[in-house]
Ligand binder design. Sequence first.
Ligand code: FE2
Length: 194
Amino acid sequence: MKAKQIKEIKSQSKNQVSNNKGPDALEMLKQDHKKVRKLFQDFENIHEDEESDGHKSEIVKQICMELTIHARLEEEIFYPAVRELIDENELMDEAAVEHAGAKALVAQLEAMDLDDDYYDAKVIVLGEQIDHHITEEENEMFPQIEKARMDTLSLGQEMMERKEQLEEELGIFDGTSTRRPLLMKKASSRPLHH
Ligand SMILES: [Fe+2]
């Protein structure tokens, strides 16, 4: 391998998340937003196709998982830090209420079968609400955080560690799904204010 290639590989791995600083909290949340928007898009693309039931429920399961982890990270770590930093209680309260709405729909979907009434409608409405929520975070909340020069790298580090814990708890890594409904329930019944 040529020296130049080795140098390139080294600098690539330097930019990756694996070192101890970061990732940037805002970048991390934006990536999650992108991922979940794509999942809703996938759902909309296949929801007319009756042959794709297995795929459909897999997508919804993933959506519920992503949103559960996202909400926990924001409510436990990100929102409290932001509330301290920026004087925007109204905006933060709205975000918390939007999370509560999303968690209620996630809990309902978790308990539903694909052919239940309103299943597709609930997924689609959830997608619309999340879309609005993401837009507000990215267009209104994040710019203020950037302006306030928050240490988004330390925050990102903390969030990444918690994310890994949550993924393990929710059985994403070990493949067990038996603990999942319980944790979903717990996450969805968290109080709005704490
Ligand atoms: Fe959020």
